[in-house]
Design a protein around this ligand. Structure first.
Ligand code: PGA
Length: 283
């Protein structure tokens, strides 16, 4: 091995070691939550960005991430950008995730991407069951559960999305819908280390509308209670709020009991906004 290559590899090992040391369980967030429920601020870039844009955005996020303590950061670019973004973030503690995966590890599934492939490209998380996938691709709870299982099989953490439509909210069915989606989508054997839940009211996504503080609080408390009946260690599972979270409302939403971070769409495409939201998770 060339000496320069060896030095680079050793440096990479060093960076990984620092990350491991950095993630000791003693870390807490500003709510005093220990590692398992440290705030997680996750950007869902959706179908946006070519390589140059994605790398530039990742670099801008990396630039501001260094000064943020007590919060875990994650960006989920389109699958085509995962390797580029992972390379751009190699030196900083910002994780990369996928936005969806196939339930199988490989096979005759033209156009699909497996969790193992996402892991190979540098992902550590995968969003599954986003309402846009449930609506655009007819994904059922059973399919979402299979995808979450695939994520675990590949050694990744699943971010399982659930949320009610406006009609369901207006019919007073919000908590029942969340419960049935959780029962149908959370895989067996999930643990706080491999599962994150994102509560995303469908009517709040990309609309600028958000539920009231008591509504978010009731939803998250119910999710925690239902999870308690489905798995052990439910108290340590992070429950993110998603749907029109932005710098102006992040502090209020993140202060709510059982809100352990955010899944951010539109505002994650501007590094300054994403970082401002992350900053409100630390203060
Ligand atoms: P939004 O999207 O922040 O643009 O509302 C959130 C999401 O869909 O994850």
């Amino acid at each position: 091995m060339q000496p320069r290559v060896r030095v680079k590899r050793l440096a990479a090992v060093g960076v990984r070691l620092i990350r491991v040391i950095d993630q000791r369980p003693s870390k807490t967030d500003r709510k005093g939550n220990a590692m398992a429920r440290r705030m997680l601020i996750a950007g869902n870039w959706k179908m946006n960005g070519l390589a140059a844009d994605g790398v530039a955005l990742a670099r801008d996020v990396a630039g501001g991430a260094a000064g943020l303590d007590g919060v875990d950061l994650l960006v989920c670019p389109p699958a085509t950008l995962i390797a580029h973004v992972a390379a751009a973030l190699e030196e900083v503690d910002v994780a990369v995730g996928g936005q969806d995966c196939h339930a199988e590890a490989n096979g005759a599934h033209t156009g699909d991407i497996s969790a193992e492939m996402l892991a190979d490209a540098g992902a550590r998380y995968v969003i599954v069951g986003h309402s846009e996938r449930r609506a655009d691709h007819g994904e059922t709870d059973a399919m979402v559960r299979a995808k979450a299982q695939a994520t675990h099989r590949a050694g990744l953490t699943a971010i399982v999305c659930i949320g009610e439509t406006l009609a369901e909210r207006e019919a007073g069915r919000t908590l029942a819908v969340l419960e049935s989606q959780l029962r149908g989508s959370v895989p067996q054997g999930a643990s706080a280390g491999t599962l994150v839940i994102a509560y995303e009211p469908v009517w709040a996504i990309g609309t600028g509308k958000t539920p009231t503080v008591p509504e978010v609080e009731a939803a998250h408390a119910h999710i925690r209670t239902v999870l308690g009946g489905l798995m052990t260690g439910a108290d340590n599972v992070r429950i993110l709020y998603g749907g029109s979270m932005k710098p102006a409302n992040a502090a209020e939403l993140l202060a709510i009991a059982d809100v352990d971070g955010g899944l951010i769409g539109g505002a994650s495409l501007k590094a300054a906004d994403f970082l401002a939201i992350a900053k409100s998770a630390t203060s």
